[in-house]
Design a protein around this ligand. Structure first.
Ligand SMILES: [Zn+2]
Length: 135
């Protein structure tokens, strides 16, 4: 499943980051940026994260997914920024137009295709011990 491999690479990157910069507390939320051009089921991604993160230092953390719009760069006129959208009445979504809004030239997508971690939320208080509950 597409979402599993995405969750897997997010997790790998995060664990690598945490090995070098340990978090000061339990990570409760992992904020993720989802490019508009990347089609995925957020539900499936969260579920994959829950399963894959089990047994890792980020087990039990929740993915917070934020969608970000497409940004492009035009090699022809040096335009950089947002694109125009196709939308018609009755459509449930809009379609980003991947050509330059100024000169209609071909553009390079600089943002909007990927999935990346943008921030981590760490719990303030001491983590509650679960292994040896007080009797
Ligand atoms: Zn242009």
């Amino acid at each position: 499943m597409h979402e599993y491999s995405l969750a897997h690479s997010l997790l790998e990157g995060l664990l690598e980051h945490l090995a070098a910069h340990p978090a000061e507390g339990r990570i409760v939320k992992v904020h993720v940026r989802q490019g508009e051009l990347l089609t995925l089921s957020q539900e499936a991604l969260r579920e994959a994260w829950r399963i894959l993160s089990e047994g890792t230092p980020v087990a039990g953390s929740e993915l917070v997914i934020e969608k970000v719009p497409v940004k492009v760069r035009c090699p022809n006129c040096a335009y950089q920024g947002k694109v125009q959208y196709l939308a018609e009445e009755g459509w449930h979504y809009t379609i980003p137009v991947l050509s330059c809004p100024k000169c209609e030239g071909r553009v390079e997508v600089v943002e909007g295709k990927d999935l990346a971690i943008t921030a981590l939320s760490v719990e303030d208080q001491e983590p509650t011990p679960t292994e040896n509950p007080p009797s």
